[in-house]
Design a protein around this ligand. Sequence first.
Ligand SMILES: [Zn+2]
Length: 146
Amino acid sequence: MLLRLCRWLRLLGYPTVSAHEVVDPKRVEDEDAVLLEFCRERDALLITRDRALAERAPRSVLVRSDDVPGQLAEVLAALGDEPFLDPDESRCPECNEPVRRVRAENPGPFEVTWRCPGCGKTYWVGGHWRDMERVIREVERRLRGR
Ligand SMILES: [Zn+2]
């Protein structure tokens, strides 16, 4: 599964649904058929490591890279997009809802935070943001190297 890639695509603002959120493991059904129908109905881009599945989808990206920067570069290249990290455009990595900027009532170290209306999680631009920016720079480097 490409769960880390899914979380990153949400952070970059792409509405992204993971296969395990589409396929019900308790029901016996053809998982590939369920995913393909989901993508067809929504004109969604299918991102997969499965070559045969990718070939059956109307729009797909076959992921070959094993790390997140490489995977992001592959998807963004297919979309013709540049990586762009903006918390106001981000979606919640947990549940895919667009996050909303909120001003803290009792400002702690972070005056501005972002809250997910879906799951209630709060996000802020802290030290981890620099790590994320490092990943984005690596994605840019890989895109230029293509
Ligand atoms: Zn959420």
